[in-house]
Design a protein around this ligand. Sequence first.
Ligand code: GAL
Length: 306
Amino acid sequence: MRQTNGEIWKDTKGQDIQAHGGMIMEHQDIYYWYGENKAGANRLSSIGGQMVDFIGISCYHSSNLTDWYDDGLVLTPESLASLKEKVKIVERPKVIYNKKMQKFVLWFHYDHDDYSYAAAGVATSSSPTGPFELVKVFHPNRKDVRDMTLYQENEKAYLIHSSDFNKTMVIAELTDDYLDVTGLYTKILVDQEREAPAIFRTKDYYFMITSGTTGWKPNEALVSRSTHLNIPAKILGNPLTGKDYRKTFFGQSTYIFQKDNQFYLMLDHWKSTDLRHSGYSILPIVLSEDGKDVTIPWTAHPFETA
Ligand code: GAL
């Protein structure tokens, strides 16, 4: 199925794909796309922001990254029934596989509808298509967690999250079972007010792409670079090129994945007053010849060149 960047993508049944703020994980040659199901009515939160009450985390699978089969909800309000509060906000779900435990581990941003709680949730499943069972909701390293992602390298994994009320990005090492943090963490992009982190590694460098903090409104992306995860990163600038590059093509970063030696950036194209119809795009990341910089051009369709 030919998908169009910037628009809402369709699954194999012709239904809107509901996997916002998401990620694509590869496991045994199958791609799994996890994200927020926002197929409900928009409402105003207690602080006046647009939102859709938590419906669930969706999963879709594909072997070619364009034909997506709906696997339904892998985390639901019922999965979180042990929490005292009625669950309103579960955002930016990310899943990694823990080989030692033979478990898929899901982390997400958990919040109350005024975004005051700012916690992380952890859930596990023995299957990539769930159901995921809640392990806990907590403040890792006693910090606030807002937009977040996971990064895995060999058997080590890290939680990367906006913190200090979005002033700072934190890279926190996870324990071997991926269910907790070890207490070792690094602050990067201090005072830069970045969110929507997406990260990838080349031979020599880690690159992180983030957005500014303007809610559902698009803003300018920023790429930063470092040689190690536990040191401050060098800020490089906006990696996007072409029309609307200062608005991230009206999108916001959510994840970077690799396929055949090529890295791809996933964007959400939020429709703030109609969140369920927010679009997606997948754009190729172009590395400079010296490997020290990246650019990201717009392409009308995923996996096709401009
Ligand atoms: C954005 C954030 C989204 C969501 C939204 C709510 O800044 O990236 O994940 O939290 O704000 O307004």
